[in-house]
Ligand binder design. Structure first.
Ligand code: ATP
Length: 367
């Protein structure tokens, strides 16, 4: 088993009219043996292209992909010992589940038939699909087809697993169940895995490490909690977390941050920490870090009017407006037992310890 390394990997597509698109721009990543890395980002950011370059399905314009000490840029897909599971499952409709799972081994190895048989049955057992082995893909549910696609990858005993949005065709309940199953399976197999998704919940719940991509460029690599608590820039801050972090445009005036509708006083300690933060800034605060009070009590507490309440069961998302023109809206996530109503005035407390500060121009996090 080996680490997988992407070293300054770039992909430039040339369109028919000669226009060039940099789909993946200078991406460097290490996925350690046994590690589950989730590559996440909005549609079109270059996730699939990155995965396809690792799998050998797309040529690499610049940089290197290494498996252990071996550069695999020019190796054929079947020689890379990498297995990929696609969103569409790509099962052969005329073959049974057993034949689908055995096919790759028959094609690419010299494994004797009886050993192939044993390998398929053991993978089927691991995935709980022994009873489906004689069925055809069309007779299976989406979740079952997904397991077969995984089975086909597992039997190859690969050094690296690549999964491209494998759960996106499943309904929400099954997706949540498969999330746990997949995570457990990856733990058991202990194989370096890249899992591509645009769903930040999947990223947060499944990853050992998250890599966040935007416009082909890597924004941050870290554990889910690092990316949540210490986002490197505005993009990561808005992408990770649901509902998204609230942002307020502010300027620095000595020991204060000045917004059109409120002033945020900084303690001496925070002021010193932010000595270099001048000019146009963005104050960020997560909805779950805002407390709502019925009276204005203490510092950093602002009068707001409830616009909409979105009950989530155990929590309520409370959309608020601040300022006379009610132009700035933001959201607080509070306990489901905390009742407030549209039109009511409440006081939002934004604790200093929860405040993130970004440079407005570069987007970089300053705190
Ligand atoms: P999604 O989540 O929608 O699948 P993605 O993050 O996987 O998106 P990619 O499919 O990797 O994104 O595409 C990245 C960029 O490269 C996009 O702008 C896409 O239009 C472009 N692209 C992908 N394949 C090609 C191609 N064969 N020729 C030209 N441009 C391409």
């Amino acid at each position: 088993m080996a680490d997988l390394q992407l070293d300054a990997v770039t992909k430039v597509f040339t369109e028919r009219d000669g226009n060039q698109i940099t789909a993946v721009d200078d991406v460097s990543l290490t996925i350690e043996d046994g590690e589950f890395l989730v590559l996440v980002g909005p549609s079109g950011c270059g996730k699939s292209t990155t995965l396809r370059m690792v799998a050998g399905l797309e040529s690499i314009s610049a940089g290197q992909v290494r498996l252990g000490d071996t550069v695999v840029n020019d190796s054929k897909p079947k020689d890379r010992n990498i297995a990929m599971v696609f969103q569409s499952y790509a099962l052969y409709p005329h073959m049974t589940v057993r034949e689908n799972m055995a096919f790759g081994l028959q094609e690419s190895t010299t494994m004797p038939d009886d050993e192939i048989e044993r390998t398929v049955e053991s993978a089927a057992d691991m995935l709980g699909i022994e009873e489906l082995l004689e069925r055809k893909p069309d007779d299976l549910s989406g979740g079952q087809q997904q397991r077969v696609a995984l089975g086909r990858a597992i039997v190859r005993d690969p050094e690296v697993f690549l999964l491209d949005e494998p759960l996106s065709n499943l309904d929400a309940k099954l997706r949540a169940q498969m999330r746990t199953e997949l995570k457990r399976l990856q733990n058991d197999l202990d194989v370096a895995t890249i899992y591509v998704t645009h769903d930040q919940t999947e990223a947060m719940t499944m990853a050992d490490k998250i890599a966040i991509l935007n416009d082909g460029e890597l924004q941050q690599v870290g554990t889910p909690l690092e990316c949540y608590h210490e986002p490197a820039n505005l993009f990561v801050a808005s992408f990770i977390g649901e509902p998204s972090m609230n942002f307020f445009d502010v300027t620095r005036d000595d020991s204060r941050l000045v917004h059109d509708h409120f002033r945020y006083d900084l303690s001496n300690e925070t002021g010193d920490e932010l000595a270099s933060a001048q000019g146009e800034l963005v104050l960020g605060v997560r909805p779950e870090d805002i407390d709502l009070q019925s009276t204005p009590d203490g510092a950093h507490t602002y009068a707001t009017v409830v616009d909409v309440v979105e009950p989530m069961g155990n929590e309520n998302n409370v959309y608020l407006t601040i300022g006379d023109e009610q132009t700035q809206t933001f959201v607080a996530t509070v306990d489901g037992m905390h009742h407030v109503e549209a039109g009511e005035t409440v006081y939002a407390h934004i604790p200093e310890s929860a405040v993130h500060i970004f440079d407005r121009q570069s987007g970089h996090a300053l705190r």
